[in-house]
Ligand binder design. Structure first.
Ligand code: ATP
Ligand code: MG
Length: 195
């Protein structure tokens, strides 16, 4: 419609914005679908060979816009992790959820570290932020559905993300741990067995 009245540079910018929005909606729908499948025990685990280094860097690049340049997103790899056999679709949901939490709950910005280590027959992902932290007495129940911490009420959320992540981790025979100190930061550790 506006091809003749809008200059080319603006058109490119708008097309990129539309494309990003479509991709966000797609991801959201995929998230809802995956969540429903996980809830009904119908979610298949399909491991494939993943070039983890490239995969994680592209995730961080994707998350850059929600950080609005306030955070330093860092990636640290054990060289043994260059190629691993895991379900890419599930891993993507796990890491996107934990990394976007790290960004969201660090409103003052700061470093966010994604560390990947290989240990025997498991791979370990650590996601660490320097944000608001989770009060100690609330940590035990924080993976429960619709549970939010008392210090996060002014930050938008539904309290579903961590529950979803835990389901996906356990579906693959893995474990998730939490270390957090209020006003200092939070670290989530995901341990997944390699198949
Ligand atoms: P959403 O369902 O959109 O992800 P949410 O972020 O509120 O909403 P969860 O991801 O399940 O829900 O997280 C549950 C709660 O755990 C959050 O509301 C917040 O209180 C706390 N939390 C999660 N990650 C962090 C973090 N990295 N730092 C501090 N608090 C966190
Ligand atoms: Mg969340």
């Amino acid at each position: 419609h506006y091809q003749l009245t809008t200059d080319e540079q603006k058109q490119t910018k708008y097309f990129q914005q539309i494309s990003r929005s479509v991709s966000n909606i797609n991801q959201l729908l995929d998230g809802v679908l995956t969540l429903c499948q996980a809830e009904s025990g119908m979610l298949p685990v399909v491991p494939t060979q993943i070039a983890l280094d490239r995969f994680c860097h592209s995730l961080l690049e994707e998350l850059e816009p929600i950080s609005c340049g306030k955070h330093e997103l860092l990636c640290d790899f054990d060289s043994k992790c260059s190629s691993i056999h895991l379900d890419e679709h599930l891993l993507r949901h796990i890491l996107i959820n934990l990394l976007s939490n790290a960004i969201k709950y660090s409103p003052r910005g700061g470093k966010i570290d994604l560390k990947v280590k290989h240990q025997d027959d498991r791979v370990i992902f650590e996601i660490k932020d320097r944000g608001i932290g989770i009060p100690e007495e609330e940590q035990k129940t924080i993976f429960d559905r619709f549970t939010r911490a008392s210090n996060a009420t002014n930050i938008q959320g539904t309290g579903l993300g961590l529950w979803f992540v835990k389901q996906l981790v356990e579906l693959q025979g893995g474990e998730i741990y939490l270390d957090s100190i209020i006003d200092m930061g939070t670290k989530f550790t995901v341990v997944l067995p390699l198949v």
